[in-house]
Every structure is written in C-alpha cells, then in structure tokens.
Write a new protein. Structure first.
Length: 349
C-alpha cells in the first residue's frame, strides 16, 4: 500500500497537468465554436448545395465525437441544442436556425395535441400526419420560410436518400446521450424530443409510419391501478415483516416480498406507450424483449447486448432508422407518461 501511495503522489502533478490541458482544450473548443456562431457562410459553406452541406456535417460530426467524451462536454452540447449559439446546435437541421425554429413550433403544436386527452380521438389523423415527414415540403409553414431555408431542407432530403445517409444516421446517434437528458428530471424538454423525432424521420428517410395509440389512456389507467395495488401489497408485506406473527413469519414475508417486487419491476417494464410504429409496433417489440430478458434471469449488462443484436439483425435494411426511432420513441413515451403520472406529485389515476 505504501508503494502504491508513493507512486500516486509522484504522478499526481503530471495527472493534474494533463487534466488541465484537456480542460483548456475543451474551453478553446467552445470559444472557437462560439466565435464562428451559427452562420455556415462564415466558413464559406452554402447549405443549399448538398455536397457542401455534407462536407460541413461530416467535419462537425467528427469534432463532436472527439469533444463529447465527458459529462461537462455533454452538458454544453445540451445547452447548444436548447439555445444554439454555435453550429453544433443546428447540426441536425442543416445548420439552419430558421428550420429548427419552424420544426420547434410544429413540435410544440403537436405536444399540445398529445396532451389534450378529450380531443385526441378527433385529432388522431392530424397528429399522425404531423408525426411523419411525408409532405413536409408542401406544408404551409415550410412554404412560408425563406427560399434559402427551403433550399437547405431540400438538400437534406437529397442527402438522406443518397450520399449522406450514413453520415446523417451517425449524427442522430451521436446526439442520443444528449437527448436522453431531456426525458426526465429538471431538464425534461418534450418539445425538443418531438422536434428531434420530426427531423430524424426525414433525415433517415424512414417509410415506417409512427402513430398515436388511441387506447393508450384507457391502458394507462389500468396500468396505474395495477401499479397502485402492487405497491399497496408491498407496503403491507413490509409492515408484516416488521411485525411478524406465529402464522405470518418473517421468513415467509421476505419470500413473498421478493415475489411482489419482481412483479412490480415486470409491471414497470410494460408501461403503455402513446407512440409506436403503426404496422409492426417496434417499440413494443423491444419492450417485450427487455421484459422477457429480465424474466429469464440473465444479467442485463452482460447478456443484453446479444439479445439486442439479434433483434436489430432481424430488422434487416431498416435497422438504422428503426433502432434510432425506437430509442427516441422510448424517450418521448417515458417523458410524456411520467409528466402525466407525476403532475400531481405522485401517481394517480
């Protein structure tokens, strides 16, 4: 131990120096990005030209992969996604703040529709149309944008179906750790998640349509009732464990408690989803895979990768688009569900 302590003391100054160099480089990186701002023309890039747009996207993607390797960098990138002051904040939108803002407004309107339970059934067709990228170019809000913005959108579409497909998939996946921060907690931002889903559907050129489950609120009420019953049973069993009797021993209570807690975990893995793919319900498929994997007793960390790879391989040529889509739908469904469940401070039907 004394030798190890001495070794650490000897190398601590060099470690601190290297760490400071990393922090200084990250700070320089942020200053450089802020200095350039959000205008790609400063770099002589015309985003209406697909080849130039792809060139800048590739550079920014590689820089982001290098930069985003710790929590501080991820926090800064999340700030850029919320309020872009650099090209990173508009990377997914063809470096167009106007296109990002237009999609943000669409996402905001979509969220208002999803949150209005009473009108959901009557607006289902409208909402499902908004969730899918088909016809974006013909939408009134798109036609109202200036010509360069429409040109950038067109260039993105060309890249999505051609030379930029792999790069655009990588861009979307690179942002997943940042997007995950917006599903729960103080940083929850459902509008931003929906905005990302809208642009992602278009960038991936996905033909699989996403739809709202009209029965989700009925399913959710039933799910909540079952959740409350299980929690009440767990609470009662814990109380019985604390105050055992001759007919209700601590050992039997402990065994029963383990069974109930496993039931609760399985129940939480089957929470109803508002959004899923219309035909194949890929999000539900993956949810079922996770629940079955948990029931099998296999370790999540060690054995789950094999299960997930098998599921992804089964998707074939649409694997990239569907995998990213399922991840985003999981974020959005989680955010929407827990927003509603915790609106009054606790789960309530």
């Amino acid at each position: 131990m004394s030798g190890a302590r001495q070794y650490l003391q000897q190398h601590l100054p060099s470690r601190d120096a290297l760490l400071q160099q990393v922090r200084d480089t990250q700070r320089d990186f942020q200053l450089w990005a802020t200095h350039i701002g959000t205008d790609p023309l400063k770099l002589f890039i015309d985003t209406t030209r697909p080849t130039q747009l792809l060139y800048l996207q590739t550079i920014m993607l590689n820089l982001q992969i290098i930069y985003a390797q710790d929590s501080a960098a991820t926090t800064w990138l999340a700030e850029q996604e919320a309020n872009a002051s650099t090209l990173f904040g508009t990377l997914r939108y063809g470096f167009s703040p106007a296109l990002k803002q237009a999609l943000h407004q669409e996402a905001d309107a979509l969220l208002n529709g999803l949150g209005d339970v009473t009108n959901l059934a009557t607006r289902i067709g409208e909402l499902n149309g908004a969730l899918n990228h088909q016809g974006f170019a013909d939408k009134p809000w798109m036609k109202a944008l200036k010509q360069p913005v429409q040109g950038t959108f067109k260039a993105l579409g060309e890249l999505a179906s051609g030379a930029g497909k792999a790069t655009l998939e990588s861009i979307l996946l690179a942002w997943v750790p940042i997007d995950s921060r917006m599903a729960l907690g103080k940083q929850q931002n459902i509008v931003a998640l929906l905005r990302t889903l809208l642009i992602g559907q278009m960038l991936l050129g996905s033909t699989a349509r996403i739809a709202v489950d009209q029965q989700v609120f009925t399913k959710l009420k039933q799910w909540i009732r079952e959740w409350q019953v299980l929690n009440k049973q767990i609470s009662d069993t814990r109380r019985s464990w604390l105050y055992p009797t001759a007919y209700n021993t601590r050992k039997s209570n402990a065994s029963h408690l383990r069974v109930l807690e496993e039931k609760l975990r399985l129940h939480e893995l089957s929470i109803p989803a508002l959004l899923d793919y219309q035909n194949s319900q890929y999000a539900k498929q993956l949810q079922d895979e996770i629940r079955l994997h948990f029931q099998s007793g296999k370790t999540m960390a060690k054995d789950w990768l094999t299960t997930a790879k098998r599921w992804i391989d089964g998707l074939g040529g649409i694997a990239g688009a569907i995998t990213w889509g399922v991840i985003m739908l999981n974020f959005i469904n989680t955010a929407l569900t827990y927003r509603d469940l915790t609106r009054d401070g606790d789960f309530s039907a």
